[in-house]
Design a binder for this molecule. Structure first.
Ligand SMILES: Cc1ncc(COP(=O)(O)O)c(C=O)c1O
Length: 352
């Protein structure tokens, strides 16, 4: 590692494709995917459906598009969608849930990202002429704003029971569901079997340059394909996106464990630094959230001190800094990042 190297811990979306992915793009067999004729896309979609234990899958451009397509394929305009109050769909997807899908999001608070089935039950109000019809419950796994927290198969099942009892569908924003499966050392189908449909991202920890995949029943995916088209997401020789996706599914899942190990080490190192507080129990996958209110300085100042010393980070709320580990971040980067945070906090404390 050179002294000038930037350690980018803003997100796992910054990962670059591997050499093998670039080669696969170069040699991908292509066709027009709007006509269903791109063999590489068809192969990826079959692999994804198979891996998730569902009937069919659809390659889309991004996680945001996957969520929007799924919302619209699961509901009709004017209906009510129950979701966790810190959900990515609610916070960061430009309000597409209302502006485009025409839905009423009904946020329910949770402690660590997992909805309490009792709170979901309460949110499903009895039929009444005044109320919009609730038709969908959304969960997020792992949960981004809750620091990469895992929603366990048992927790999903409990929510699924409520959904079934009331005739609602259950959808999982599984952008990082492979992180959850790897961390718990279980097959990803332990998570997917309890939801009607889901999406996962290729372009996060799995290192692909572009793409997410929506997975569900054949009927749901047929509908999703049409909705993707109306949203301008029908792609032509999309095999150049699917080719690295195939490599991701074959080779990039197991290595997520390395990212989790690095996140743990990072969190343990940060926990020893004065002025910083980290809840080690919630560091379950590849994210570390820590509180810098003890430093008594503006977040921008703290982040700029890190940046001056080659570490990039983001905040996700006032005084809450987020670091994300991913492919390309090695043990030595973790040690350097801890040292940079320590010296930044010392410098800032001495200014106060
Ligand atoms: C949980 C979750 N869902 C959806 C998305 C959206 O993905 P994209 O940035 O590909 O639109 C993200 C992005 O970080 C995410 O963390």
């Amino acid at each position: 590692m050179s002294t000038k190297e930037v350690i980018d811990l803003r997100s796992d979306t910054v990962t670059l494709p591997t050499e093998e992915m670039l080669e696969a793009i170069r040699h991908a067999e292509l066709g027009d995917d709007v006509f269903g004729e791109d063999p590489t896309v068809n192969r990826l979609e079959e692999m994804a459906a198979d891996k998730m234990g569902k009937e069919a899958a659809l390659l889309v451009t991004s996680g945001t598009q996957a969520n929007l397509v799924s919302l619209m394929s699961n509901t009709r305009r004017g209906e009510l969608v129950i979701l966790e109050a810190e959900a990515h769909m609610y916070w960061y997807e430009v309000g597409g849930i209302s502006a485009i899908a025409g839905l009423l999001p009904w946020p329910v608070r949770s402690q660590h990202g997992a909805l309490d089935p009792k709170d979901v039950e309460t949110a499903i109000r009895p039929k009444n002429i005044h109320f919009p019809e609730p038709t969908l419950i959304c969960i997020e796994n792992t949960h981004n704003r809750h620091g990469g927290a895992i929603i366990t198969p048992k927790q999903i099942r409990a929510i699924s029971d409520v959904a079934k009892a009331h005739g609602l569908r259950l959808y999982m924003d599984g952008a990082r569901v492979f992180n959850a499966a790897v961390a718990l050392k279980v097959d990803v189908q332990e998570f997917t079997r309890h939801v009607d449909n889901l999406m996962f991202c290729l372009s996060k920890g799995l290192s692909c340059p572009v793409g997410s995949v929506v997975v569900g029943t054949r009927e749901f995916i047929d509908k999703a394909r049409k909705i993707r088209k109306v949203l301008g997401g029908g792609m032509r020789q999309a095999g150049i996106i699917a080719a690295p996706g195939i490599i991701a599914l074959e080779k990039m899942i197991d290595r997520l464990e390395e990212d989790h190990r690095n996140a743990k080490r990072l969190a343990e190192g940060l926990a020893k630094i004065e002025g910083i507080s980290v809840n080690l129990d919630v560091v379950q996958t590849n994210m570390v959230l820590f509180d810098v209110s003890g430093l008594g300085v503006a977040d921008e100042l703290f982040l700029s001190k890190l940046k001056e010393n080659g570490v990039l980070a983001l905040t996700n709320a006032k005084n809450k800094v987020r670091l994300v580990t991913h492919r390309g971040i090695e043990k030595e980067h973790i040690e350097k990042a801890i040292a940079v945070v320590e010296s930044a906090t010392k410098a800032l404390r001495s200014q106060c």
